[in-house]
Design a protein. Structure first.
Lengths: 122, 122
């Protein structure tokens, strides 16, 4: 087996970092990555032209601003931003999320800029 | 947009079915499906030769029996069974899980048999 036969505990992983807007990889599923992040404040408007992006809120409250309106997610709620749909995450309080998207997907999508950052392994 | 701009609430979705060992699709991410299932008892030993499979426990307790030993998952814990690794899920109490795998992945993998069942939409 190339994977460790030990479960990944999401709460444990979240306790291992505190930096905001920094994606931490916790698992691979084929050529997809499962990542955690802590958010507070507003990100940048961006689009992933080639992929959908799944957001699952673990704690806190995440607003996914879309040009058509906002989607507000609490703990245990998920939303898939379809490919090509411009979005901007914002969190008024510190919010922990789980993300799923293809390996190599850039956090800022087509927007690039100073907040672009590759995921880190936890 | 081809997706509804409404979040998916996992607890709400779980309240909408009670049948065991029946996967319910709650979201698509490109050519992957996010599914829920309720388990109790033992499934069948099987292998997915072509894909990894992610299990995330929502409630209860899931044991993933592997030929190398067991992996036991509680709420908020996930494990990815690598492709080609034979496994058999078992749950002593009723357990709710979230699954992620490519669209079209059969629940019984290579084993087939009477417990094979395609996912249903919720």
């Amino acid at each position: 087996m190339t994977h460790s036969p030990v479960p990944v505990n999401i709460a444990d992983k979240l306790s291992q970092f505190s930096d905001l807007w920094s994606q931490k990889k916790i698992a691979d599923v084929n050529d997809y990555e499962v990542k955690l992040a802590k958010l507070k404040g507003e990100f940048v408007w961006h689009t992933h032209e080639d992929t959908d992006e799944l957001f699952l809120v673990i704690s806190g409250r995440l607003t996914l601003q879309l040009r058509d309106g906002d989607v507000v997610l609490g703990p245990g709620e998920l939303f898939v931003v379809p490919r090509g749909v411009e979005h901007c995450p914002v969190a008024d309080e510190e919010t922990a999320i789980l993300l799923l998207e293809p390996t190599g997907t850039l956090n800022t999508g087509d927007a690039g800029g100073p907040r672009s950052k590759a995921p880190e392994a936890l």
